[in-house]
Structures are given as structure tokens and as C-alpha cells.
Design a protein around this ligand. Structure first.
Ligand code: SF4
Length: 254
């Protein structure tokens, strides 16, 4: 009998490491989002549009206008899922403003767009395949040297610590290496770019394949055994979309 292969989204692994209970909620109630979640998804849509228009050699004003439109369209399509309060309005205007200065991290003279939402996968064991998308993949040309720039658009969520970044960096690099060529050495740069609150760009060094394997197989076993328990971190709960319905969070009285 052929053995079953599980395909696991990388975001689910991180979600599970962050809070197994939240991962459980997500699997049954995907309609819950916070204003921050909506901000991040709308900004990403704007940035994807920006890069796509840029690759089509549109002019600056047109690009900015289309990026803003993509941001607004995504926001309006999902705004009924968040509270219509002051904080949400602030986030809307903040995202709107960000779209007007998105050009700061792309130099068309040396960077060429490969794709937005570039799908990648990596076999972790004989029965687990890890999957994700790279938000923006560029190729930078400097003389004869080609470097793959994998840009992760980082939201202010619970996955943004160094450990997770190193895991993601390693996953992107190993998956891309297989995609490009198993033999040719890959020049690779992973960039984590915050889309809210700060301009600090991180370039975390990748972990090894062994570290990814250990984390992912551990999480896959926990998911299969349906182990569900809340995080002990108040900070993670504060950013969680379920903190008003989750008993574990309510008893902590955040
Ligand atoms: S509120 Fe906290 S414990 Fe509850 S699901 Fe969210 S992160 Fe987990």
C-alpha cells in the first residue's frame, strides 16, 4: 500500500509552535480576523500590484495609484469581518499612506521580478512536504553575479522572532536551491520587511535542514495526535483574533 504524504503549510507549523489552540481555532473558524490581519493582507495585495505593474514597466504615478486601489479593494472586500472602530480606521489610513512610499525597496536598475506569491515546497521526510509562498522573489544582477532576493512581508504577529525567521530563511533557501539547480551554488538573500510600525529590515541567517526537520516532524506528530493546548504567552494572546472568545485568554483577563 502506498504511504500517505502530508502537505503542511509552513504558516501552520509556525502557528502551531506559537499556540496549538489557535491553530485549532483557525481550522474551524477562518472568518475571525483582526484589523491588523486585514491591514497586513491588504498591504500585501498593494505590494504585489506594485511589483507586477513595475515589471510591466508602468510609470510611477500609475503604479502608486494601482497599489493604492489594490489595498482599498482588499480592505473593503473584508472590512465587514472586523469592528468598525477608531483603531480600524487608523490602520486603514496607515496602510493607504504606506502604499505611496512602497518604491523604497526595489531598484529596477538591478532587480528583476521573478514572481509575487512564488510557490515553494520541500520534502522534509518521506511522508511530509512543507509548502509556502515567497511574497516577492527578485533577481539582483551585479556584474556576473546573480542573487535571489526572497522578500517576506512581515506583519506584526507572533511569528516575528529570530527563531522563526531563521526557520523561514532556511526553508526558502533550501526550497529555492532545489528549484534552481541541485548542483549550482545559489546566491541567496532573505529579507524580512515589516509592513507596520518600523522600517528595520532583518536578514536572518538560515538554520540547517536538520533543525527544520526536527521542528516540522515534531509539529506534524502533534497535529496528527490532535494535541491542543493554549500558549502561556500573554503577548501572543494579545495579538490573537480569538482572545475575546478563548477561555484560556479570558481567564487571564488581558
Ligand atoms: S487567545 Fe491565546 S490561548 Fe487563546 S487561541 Fe489565541 S493565542 Fe491561543
Amino acid at each position: 500500500m502506498a504511504h500517505k504524504v502530508s502537505k503542511i503549510p509552513f504558516s501552520r507549523v509556525l502557528q502551531y509552535v506559537s499556540c496549538p489552540l489557535k491553530a485549532g481555532f483557525d481550522s474551524i473558524a477562518d472568518s475571525y480576523i483582526t484589523a491588523t490581519d486585514l491591514y497586513v493582507s491588504s498591504v500585501k495585495e498593494g505590494i504585489y500590484t506594485y511589483f507586477t505593474e513595475m515589471a510591466m514597466k508602468q510609470q510611477g504615478v500609475v503604479i502608486t495609484k494601482k497599489a493604492v486601489e489594490a489595498f482599498i479593494d482588499n480592505w473593503q472586500a473584508n472590512s465587514a469581518r472586523i469592528p468598525a472602530d477608531h483603531a480600524s480606521s487608523l490602520m486603514f489610513y496607515q496602510g493607504h499612506y504606506l502604499m505611496t512610499r512602497v518604491s523604497s525597496f526595489f531598484n529596477p536598475a538591478v532587480d528583476k521580478l521573478v514572481a509575487c506569491k512564488f510557490p515553494i515546497s520541500l520534502s522534509i521526510t518521506s511522508d511530509i512536504i512543507l509548502e509556502d509562498v515567497i511574497d516577492v522573489l527578485l533577481i539582483r544582477t551585479e556584474g556576473k553575479k546573480l542573487t535571489y532576493r526572497a522578500i517576506f512581508l512581515e506583519g506584526p504577529n507572533e511569528f516575528d522572532n529570530q527563531r522563526y525567521q531563521k526557520l523561514r530563511s532556511a526553508f526558502f533557501k533550501l526550497a529555492l536551491q532545489r528549484h534552481v539547480s541541485a548542483k549550482r551554488k545559489l546566491n541567496f538573500l532573505y529579507e524580512s520587511r515589516p509592513v507596520l510600525g518600523q522600517d528595520k529590515v532583518l536578514y536572518p541567517e538560515p538554520h540547517s535542514l536538520n533543525v527544520i526537520r526536527k521542528v516540522v516532524t515534531g509539529v506534524a506528530k502533534a497535529i496528527q495526535s490532535e494535541a491542543v493546548y493554549p500558549t502561556t504567552s500573554k503577548d501572543i494572546c494579545k495579538a490573537c483574533a480569538y482572545n475575546r472568545i478563548c477561555e484560556a485568554s479570558l481567564v487571564r483577563n488581558l
